[in-house]
Design a protein around this ligand. Structure first.
Ligand SMILES: *[C@@H]1O[C@H](CO)[C@@H](O)[C@H](O)[C@H]1NC(C)=O
Ligand SMILES: *[C@@H]1O[C@H](CO)[C@@H](O)[C@H](O)[C@H]1NC(C)=O
Length: 227
């Protein structure tokens, strides 16, 4: 088996989809990031809190063998993941931020609490997430930020976000939403930001935002809304 070594690198925050409200990787620096790279070894000067697997040319199985329990941020964008990496995420019990953007994931884990009970930010921008006709998208008691920009979301069912009670920020921009007839956000009492831009919405009914926190900021640019 090819051995894997760790090297630290400067992380460039150029990942598309993370430009929004600053970088979600702001806690990752050269001094605390492990970067999996098969040819050299260099350890970060501090305790590693971030793991970058974006340029690892190993199979998923090989990655699992490199168990790193203290990781808080996992950077795994653009590595052609087809499935939500539930087993892999389970290795990192302290994980708070997971960037799985620009992969080919179609479905989320049904229960995020069972694999990442402390996860606060999940970036799934530019994947192929579709939504179930009924039922929850996923369940989590910790998740605060969910980025589903540029996926394949068409119709939101009324229960979709009901198992994400602490969600504060929800990005649904760049999808194929046409209407918001159901009330998918009604259980999101902590919602502060809802990004609905670049869809095909003709209007955003007030009822769709009923019972959502009064503080919520809705972004709706680039739709078909007529004023
Ligand atoms: C780690 O690096 C970042 C960015 O260069 C710096 O702001 C931070 O203070 C460093 N942390 C420590 C403990 O040296
Ligand atoms: C990655 O691995 C595959 C198969 O093991 C190999 O064909 C390919 O050239 C490798 N790519 C890089 C960038 O090393």
């Amino acid at each position: 088996m090819a051995q894997l070594y760790y090297i630290c690198v400067i992380l460039l925050s150029t990942h598309i989809g993370l430009v929004i409200s600053g970088s979600y990787h702001e806690e990752c620096f050269q001094n605390n990031t492990l970067y999996l790279e098969p040819s050299r070894i260099m350890r970060p000067s501090l305790l590693a809190e971030c793991l970058d697997v974006t340029t690892v040319n190993v199979t998923y199985k090989d990655m699992i063998k490199n168990f790193i329990p203290l990781i808080k941020t996992l950077l795994a964008s653009d590595i052609r993941l087809k499935n939500f990496p539930t087993k892999f995420l389970k290795l990192f019990s302290h994980l708070k931020v997971a960037d799985l953007s620009r992969n080919e994931i179609k479905r989320l884990a049904k229960n995020l609490d069972s694999c990442s009970p402390n996860l606060k930010k999940l970036n799934l921008a530019e994947n192929s997430i579709t939504i179930p006709k009924r039922g929850f998208l996923t369940k989590s008691k910790s998740l605060e930020v969910l980025i589903l920009s540029k996926n394949k979301l068409h119709k939101l069912n009324s229960q979709l976000f009901n198992a994400l009670p602490f969600l504060k920020v929800l990005y649904l921009d760049g999808n194929f939403l046409i209407t918001l007839k159901v009330h998918p956000f009604r259980k999101l009492h902590h919602l502060e930001l809802l990004h609905l831009g670049s869809n095909q919405l003709k209007r955003i009914p007030i009822s769709a935002l009923k019972k959502v926190s009064k503080r919520v900021r809705v972004i709706s640019k680039n739709n078909r809304i007529k004023f």
